[in-house]
Design a protein around this ligand. Structure first.
Ligand SMILES: Cc1ncc(COP(=O)(O)O)c(C=O)c1O
Length: 390
């Protein structure tokens, strides 16, 4: 049964005291997630070491996130972070005969770090160059070629809310024989996802943002034919065919994506993360998408009416809207003093929406921005800067 918008919102106690606009950093805590994590603690108290039950929860977590993205459970690895999953994958790649990795300047820094580290193993890393707050497919056109091994892509940029043209880039990469890795951390949980329809080879996301879970868990889909052609060298016992064989002399990677796992799974996080995903499903992912879209559009329109420079494309479906500020961190502090939780990156004030936000939230933040207009970059700021430079 689908729950109503008001019911969904009522699940998050923090919303009683705060205007919460920071799901791009951390999703709000619901009673459901809290109860699930307490259930983990209770099971530990009650049963001492119920590893059989905990391993069942771990497998249920795999099924839950596989279903969430339209994949089969055996094609999904549960890992402690997106970085851990991608590192294991990177460790399995050979940079011969294809040696190029084409990232974009809007990727999350951890992706840069992971792939730059592969230079020691023969990789060449290239970055598609952004122009202002845009990184269109054309920026990749001259970089992806017959020497390209993989194109890691961030679906939504954490700095400015730019949405990558995933379909065009996936086609471009595949036509030239390269793999595509989609990092969906900044969007997953805000709309229905079908990794098969997207045709990406690898998909990674974590649970702590729009999936409304705690930190400590990420999941990575790897297309079966790709997974089974790769042998990770960053590994561990939970990446083996039978972790409970306890054979120190046998390296026997699991079939499918599980081979990219390593050590003991983060059981407490899995309890909470599954509850977060199920709560979202009870509201309906298309409903989440519709709500987030209308809020993002209302903020973009309202901010533009105030003359504020919007870094996010004006036709954005959300969830992240970023406004240019003179001192973005300072604006975050000003808003925090009014019980508004948001965040900043560089010159951008980040305001992110989830299905628990409302049009009243947008109107309230707009009125606070209007009161602090001198802290934001507006059309007036720009024209006075250009007058003084003449
Ligand atoms: C787009 C994106 N990718 C990756 C990460 C980090 O992933 P992890 O810390 O799980 O490695 C973040 C965190 O903010 C992110 O926004």
């Amino acid at each position: 049964m689908t729950i109503s918008s008001a019911d969904f919102r009522s699940k998050f106690p923090v919303l009683r005291d705060k205007l919460y606009l920071n799901s791009c950093s951390q999703g709000a805590l619901s009673g459901e997630v809290e109860a699930a994590m307490l259930e983990y603690l209770r099971s530990w108290h009650r049963d001492g070491s119920p590893w059989d039950v905990w391993v069942q929860h771990y497998e249920a977590g795999r099924r839950c996130f596989a279903e969430f993205i339209g994949a089969q459970p055996e094609d999904v690895a549960l890992v402690a972070s997106a970085s851990a999953g991608v590192n294991s994958l990177a460790s399995a790649l050979s940079f011969r005969p294809r040696h190029k990795i084409v990232l974009g300047e809007f990727d999350f820094p951890t992706m840069g770090h992971i792939w730059l580290a592969q230079r020691a193993r023969g990789a060449e890393v290239l970055f598609a160059k952004a122009h202002n707050d845009s990184l269109p497919a054309e920026a990749y056109e001259h970089l992806i070629d017959e020497h390209t091994l993989i194109v890691p892509l961030s679906h939504m940029c954490f700095m400015n809310g730019f949405r990558s043209p995933v379909a065009a880039l996936t086609k471009m990469a595949h036509d030239r024989g390269a793999l595509v890795l989609l990092d969906d951390y900044q969007d997953c949980g805000t709309r229905p996802i079908d990794v098969k329809a997207m045709d990406v080879d690898i998909f990674v996301s974590g649970t702590l943002k729009y999936l409304l879970g705690p930190p400590g868990l990420a999941f990575m889909y790897v297309r079966k034919s790709v997974a089974e052609s790769l042998t990770p060298t960053v590994t561990g016992w939970f990446g083996q065919r039978n972790p409970f064989a306890f054979d120190v002399k046998l390296f026997d990677p699991a079939p499918g994506a599980r081979r990219f796992e390593s050590g003991t799974p983060p059981i407490p996080t899995i309890y909470g993360a599954v509850a977060g995903a199920k709560l979202l499903q009870s509201f309906g992912l298309q409903n989440v998408a519709n709500q987030v879209h209308s809020l993002a559009q209302a903020l973009i329109q309202g901010a533009s009416d105030l003359g504020i420079q919007v870094k996010t494309p004006t036709d954005s479906k959300g969830p992240l809207v970023v406004l240019r500020a003179k001192d973005a961190e300072g604006v975050v502090r000003l808003l925090a003093a009014k019980n508004v939780v948001c965040s900043s990156r560089h010159d951008g004030l980040r305001i992110s929406f989830h299905a628990y936000n409302t049009l009243d939230d947008v109107n309230l933040v707009l009125s606070l921005l209007q009161q602090n207009l001198s802290q934001l970059v507006t059309a007036a700021t720009l024209s006075s800067a250009s007058r003084s430079s003449q």
